[in-house]
Design a protein around this ligand. Structure first.
Ligand code: MG
Length: 382
């Protein structure tokens, strides 16, 4: 089942002491957590509703993520949601999830349960039972009543809808007050709203002290993956060897279907391995003539794009080149610089090492050379 999403990040954050959607938690902006989670769960597009004039902040916070666009917010939350709905109209969404950016720790499991619930209800939302006894009190903080908590739930977001019905229900809203969430609009229109189990991690960051709790939660929301790759190519006639994206003058060339850059191939396999995406041959079959002589940075960029499409991030790579000749050391810094550029990493996250096999084996006899790589990837936890 496909869905589009709206992330409401248009608040001024007066209670949180500033615009909290751009503030960093666990090393990434609050709004980025939600957008990554929605993309990771398969959102076809995410409309991010932002304050007037905050385009630069949004661009920076969401840099590198695919399939999102900014929409300017309205005077209050409901108007912002309507702007998001309008902006999605031309994509003819079937289902739409509306989410508050201030609840960063969204999981794929919650999104999947919400979308599934739409099969038998007009709307669905995650909700938590209320475990505490509820007291009612006046401004003087003197208790006037103990409120039965049976059947009471705390509403969270995202809230899931059939797009056309939510648009119609918002248009039909005639309450004197602005709706504080979106499912109430469906309730008022007579639709069935279904609860799915909420997630305590979907806490809303409201007050400055909430950020300490969020910082503690952030570590548990991501997982680190490691992948490894190994490649070898045979020497043949020629005068240039391509290694880690750098051309090296040599008395031979490496033979292969593409440019035979064993360094880039090993790193590509390591990145693909970290996300369980098979190997380079699955994505770029040697039988396909379009990859003949292809520059191998194209393969590696594709692997990194797959990581980003899952809301992930490459953390570091480490590659070891195994050969007697050409000598690697004079080219090592050029290789690191080139890899850092291809991978979008800082130089200190890119390592190139070289060794010989002491004239033993196929690399020792200079029949060919080999490369071995490790890559670390940071992914959202499902
Ligand atoms: Mg290869």
């Amino acid at each position: 089942m496909t869905f589009h999403a709206i992330v409401v990040a248009a608040g001024s954050g007066s209670r949180a002491g500033g615009a909290k959607q751009w503030r960093r938690v666990g090393g990434r902006p609050v709004v980025r957590w939600s957008v990554e989670a929605l993309l990771d769960a398969g959102a076809q597009a995410v409309a991010v509703v932002i304050p007037v004039g905050a385009d630069a902040e949004a661009e920076e916070a969401l840099a590198g993520l695919p399939r999102w666009f900014a929409v300017t917010g309205g005077a209050e939350r409901a108007a912002s949601v309507r702007n998001g709905l309008d902006a999605l109209a031309e994509r003819s969404p079937e289902h739409v999830l509306v989410h508050d950016a201030a609840r960063p720790f969204l999981t794929r499991g919650v999104v999947e349960a919400l979308v599934a619930a739409l099969a038998e209800a007009e709307a669905a939302l995650p909700a938590m039972p209320v475990p505490d006894t509820l007291k009612q009190a006046g401004a003087d903080l003197v208790v006037t009543a103990t409120v039965p908590r049976d059947g009471l739930f705390r509403a969270q977001t995202p809230q899931a809808f059939r797009y056309a019905e939510l648009v119609a229900a918002h248009a039909a809203w005639d309450g004197p007050e602005a709706p504080t969430d979106d499912t109430v609009v469906i309730e008022r229109a007579g639709g069935r709203v279904r609860l799915i189990p909420g997630d305590p991690r979907l806490m809303k960051l409201t007050y400055p002290e909430d950020f300490d709790m969020a910082e503690a939660l952030a570590g548990g929301m991501r997982e680190v993956r490691i992948g490894q790759g190994l490649d070898a190519h045979r020497f043949g006639p020629g005068d240039t060897v391509w290694l880690c994206g750098v051309a090296i003058a040599h008395s031979q060339a490496l033979i292969g279907h593409s440019d035979a850059d064993a360094g880039l191939h090993a790193i590509t396999d390591a990145v693909l391995g970290a996300i369980g995406e098979g190997d380079i041959g699955d994505h770029f079959p040697p039988s396909d003539p379009q990859w003949r002589g292809a520059p191998s940075d194209l393969f590696l960029r594709h692997a990194v794009d797959l990581v980003r499409a899952r809301g992930g991030r490459l953390v570091n790579v480490d590659v070891t080149l195994v050969c007697e000749r050409p000598k690697i050391k004079p080219h090592r810094e050029a290789m690191r610089t080139r890899l850092a550029e291809i991978l979008g990493l800082r130089l200190d996250a890119v390592s190139v090492k070289a060794t010989t096999m002491e004239q033993m084996g196929f690399t020792g006899r200079e029949e060919g050379l080999a490369a071995q790589a490790v890559a670390t990837v940071d992914l959202p936890r499902a």
